[in-house]
Design a protein. Structure first.
Length: 147
């Protein structure tokens, strides 16, 4: 099977304020035509997503970022790593890449974009700080200074 060029895998929940930053980013770049690849939205990464990413050359994981740091976002290479968690229902991007390599002998080049969030309540709207950080990430994306 031939490999697709790129996948943006946005993780989040738009019903929990800034947890929806990943989805908001993916929807914005898709609406503006700023990403030529496939876009998929997930509440969380699961084992089954290893099958999805195996066919792509490049995968960009986009998610909200909980941190005390000042930066509005970060973007960094994401490498396969055998990690464990208390649940089999949610995986880190690193663990998903490791599963993809182990199960399918496929290793897409991957990046992780984290957009700093501030509020996580049950609400359908991003916080003011989240919107500001989303805007900064989108501006960097448009300038091609992300990934």
């Amino acid at each position: 099977m031939s490999r697709e060029a790129a996948l943006m895998l946005a993780i989040g929940n738009d019903g929990r304020q800034d947890d929806g930053l990943g989805w908001a980013f993916a929807q914005a770049v898709r609406a503006e035509g700023l990403f030529a690849g496939e876009v998929a939205l997930r509440y969380q990464l699961q084992v089954e997503d290893a099958e999805l990413i195996k066919d792509f050359e490049t995968v960009l994981f986009v998610d909200a970022w909980k941190t005390n740091e000042e930066a509005p976002f970060f973007c960094a290479p994401c490498l396969a790593e055998a990690t464990t968690s208390f649940s089999t229902h949610s995986l880190s991007p690193q663990a998903l890449l490791h599963l993809c390599l182990t199960l399918y002998d496929a290793a897409p080049t991957a990046y992780q974009l984290g957009i700093r969030g501030a509020s996580w309540e049950l609400e359908m709207e991003l916080s003011a700080a989240g919107r500001t950080n989303l805007h900064a990430a989108l501006e960097a994306w448009q300038r091609k200074s992300v990934t």
